[in-house]
Design a protein around this ligand. Structure first.
Ligand code: HEM
Length: 192
């Protein structure tokens, strides 16, 4: 006999983290260099959320931990091949490709936040890195601006790939991953 069982996968903090991150990133991306106050507020929020997630990735609940979703390069590549062959294994937490995407997003978001705060310090002489960038040239400001835009656009590309991945995985496994990120629950077949 087998029956479908509901499993708690994403704890409340992961879910709150996720949706505030998605909102803050979109707000920061849209406001760009207009509405500077809103832009920097959204950016600082992203920074705090990323910091929180790194800590939670070490001390958090089972499926939130890095050890639960960071896989070797071979496992990730084999998983991607299995997606193409339409026979990917089902994972309760992040699958190997999803786990790699989480890391890529966190790194790219970190790059965006660090270059953003640096740019703010170098060109507006404000923010936490104002002292560090004090006296920097106009050229430095331009370089930081280019880097900030690069990271922001790279993050946006990753987000698009993230959404494609979520849609594909939901389709291949016949489950609604977006709903799981809201309710925290996933379904699994339990053999008695
Ligand atoms: C409407 C837009 C979005 C939807 C529907 C969505 C959906 C999801 C879903 C379903 C998962 C869980 C994937 C799984 O089951 O393995 C997830 C995870 C994640 N998403 Fe999104 N996402 C969206 C936007 C974003 C944005 C804009 C970002 C970042 C800028 C983002 C970053 C992440 C991260 C970091 C995780 C890992 C969650 C964790 O383990 O803490 N997402 N997303």
């Amino acid at each position: 006999m087998s029956h479908i069982e509901q499993v708690k996968v994403w704890d409340p903090l992961v879910r709150i983290f996720h949706w505030t991150l998605a909102l803050s990133f979109m707000v920061a991306f849209i406001t760009e260099d207009e509405f500077m106050n809103l832009h920097s507020f959204a950016g600082y929020t992203v920074g705090c959320l990323v910091l929180f997630r790194v800590v939670w990735g070490v001390i958090g609940t089972r499926y939130a931990r890095f050890t639960n979703f960071v896989y070797s390069r071979t496992t990730i590549i084999n998983y991607l091949k299995d997606i193409l062959a339409f026979r990917p294994k089902h994972y309760l937490g992040h699958n190997p490709a999803g786990g790699a995407m989480v890391i890529a997003l966190l790194l790219s978001l970190t790059g965006t936040v660090v270059t953003g705060i640096s740019l703010y310090g170098a060109s507006e002489y404000s923010g936490p890195l104002a002292q560090f960038w004090a006296g920097s040239s106009h050229f430095t400001g331009k370089v930081l601006e280019g880097m900030h835009e690069f990271f922001a656009n790279a993050t946006m590309l990753l987000v698009v790939a993230h959404l494609v991945g979520v849609a594909l995985a939901s389709f291949q496994h016949g489950e609604n991953l977006v709903r799981s990120m809201v309710t925290g629950k996933k379904e699994t077949v339990h053999e008695d």
